[in-house]
Design a protein around this ligand. Structure first.
Ligand code: UT7
Length: 347
């Protein structure tokens, strides 16, 4: 049997601080009615001063290792998908690798914006299937509150902070990731961009005064792209995996906007009853969005062994990525009944 990449552990971390639409009404010229009708978002989590992309990533990673029953020393590689890294460099993944005690692991960050986590799944799948690595910790973590302009009502209402992590492991008994797809249209780079702080426009008083260190977005254009890219990418991975839309048990799209999710699900031929949505409670947490949604879907019992799951991320780049998989891991509460399986890190 060929070697497959499976998810054997999962975890998530969101800040405790909730910022509701009503809170935003007191900060900017907006309304709960506008935000809910245009986006479906009711509230989002905002990092406290002591929280950051690294702290959220570490905590999600520790949970994922615990669920997997994997010791940090057995991790071969740590990958952090993020567009709001802890520092310009070194990689946030190196900080996580050290903090969790993954002393044998390599570490790198991956930036495909909100598509980063699913891009990471495609990369990690290849590394596992090729035999290069056996156990990989993949994390999506972003602290969007640190890069949005809290005076720009067209963007600040959309985003939140959070992280999700999975442990991916080689398995020889089938299941796991069936197909992945990645794509990019760099012609749309300017549609969603943080202009300052990189090599083109390093940090400077002038950049700061112009607000160029903030995220800027052409919402309408990104919206159009998102609907089409999400539906097309979902169809592509379903086709490659040999799955018809009605064979998909759960569709987990990037949680940017409920209207985008509804249109994309329609385009992919998947009814909303089989689509996971938590954008109402977290907003768009960028690379954190899909692993957080996966965790919540698991906690709610909406993913069971044998289920076919399709994940699609999209974002700045423009970039998109999709994955189709057969879920193999037993729910956590059932693992407690079989401690020997958890101790061995088995599924
Ligand atoms: O990970 C990828 C991240 N990006 C996205 O997913 C964003 C994709 N785009 C979108 O979700 C939508 O384009 C938005 C939710 C951002 C905007 O919705 P829209 O229906 O495209 O609204 P719009 O930009 O066309 O703006 C409509 C009106 C404008 O007023 P005028 O010019 O018609 O008078 C805006 O100024 O709504 C106004 N507006 C707001 N009003 C109240 C924009 N933001 C707000 C706000 N509160 N927060």
């Amino acid at each position: 049997m060929t070697r497959a990449a499976t998810i054997v552990g999962w975890g998530m971390a969101v800040p405790a601080q909730v910022r509701t639409n009503t809170d935003l009404e007191r900060m900017i010229d907006t309304s709960d009615a506008w935000i809910v009708s245009r986006t479906g978002i009711h509230e989002r989590r905002i990092a406290a001063e002591h929280e950051s992309t690294f702290t959220l990533a570490r905590s999600a990673a520790e949970q994922a290792l615990q669920v997997a029953g994997v010791q940090p020393i057995d991790v071969d590689l740590v990958v952090v998908a993020t567009l709001t890294p802890e520092y310009g460099f070194p990689a946030t993944a190196s900080l996580v690798q050290d903090a969790i005690g993954a002393a044998r692991a390599g570490a790198f960050d991956l930036n495909a914006a909100c598509a980063g986590f699913v891009y990471g799944m495609a990369v990690v799948r290849s590394l596992i299937e090729s035999g290069a690595h056996r156990t990989v910790l993949l994390i999506g973590s972003d602290t969007m509150s640190r890069v949005v302009d809290w005076t720009d009502r067209s963007t600040c209402v959309l985003f939140g902070d959070g992280a999700g992590a999975v442990v991916m492991q080689a398995a020889d008994d089938g299941g796991g990731i069936l197909s992945t797809a990645v794509g990019s249209d760099g012609a749309g780079a300017g549609l969603l961009i943080q202009q300052a702080g990189g090599s083109r426009q390093p940090a400077s008083a002038a950049a700061l005064a112009a607000g160029d260190h903030f995220l800027r977005m052409n919402g309408r254009e990104v919206y159009k792209f998102a609907v089409k890219a999400t539906a097309d990418a979902a169809r592509q991975v379903m086709r490659t995996a040999g799955l018809a839309p009605d064979e998909v048990d759960l569709f987990i799209p990037h949680q940017a906007n409920l209207r985008i999710i509804r249109s994309a699900a329609r385009g992919a031929g998947i009814p909303m009853a089989r689509v996971f949505v938590n954008a109402d409670r977290y907003g768009n947490t960028s690379a954190g969005s899909i692993p957080i949604a996966l965790c919540e879907a698991l906690h709610e019992g909406r993913v069971q062994p044998g289920d076919r799951v399709v994940l699609v991320g999209f974002g700045a780049g423009l970039a998109w990525a999709a994955a189709a998989l057969t879920w193999t891991a037993a729910p956590v509460d059932r693992r407690a009944e079989r401690p020997q399986a958890a101790a061995a890190g088995a599924r």
